[in-house]
Write a protein that binds this ligand. Structure first.
Ligand SMILES: [Zn+2]
Length: 73
């Protein structure tokens, strides 16, 4: 499941819930191109429970090409 978050603190992964994006970012490998600040500002940031990449995929999120790679789109 996903739930809204408003910061990076305490999270391994952050999702962009914008319907045109639906991407997951790995915060420890975050790059400028991830635009996480913009995602947070737009109110599109979600956390995952449990906080794993598998869960993000189960929730329909695709890998960010910059911090994870291997996008399936
Ligand atoms: Zn990213």
């Amino acid at each position: 499941m996903t739930y809204p978050i408003n910061g990076r603190s305490g999270h391994n992964y952050l999702g962009n819930s914008s319907p045109s994006k639906r991407e997951v970012h790995r915060l420890k490998d975050e790059k400028t191109n991830c635009q996480v600040d913009e995602i947070l500002k737009a109110g599109h940031a979600v956390g995952f429970s449990p906080d794993t990449l598998d869960q993000a995929h189960s929730d329909g999120y695709d890998n960010c090409a910059y911090c994870i790679g291997g996008s399936t789109r």
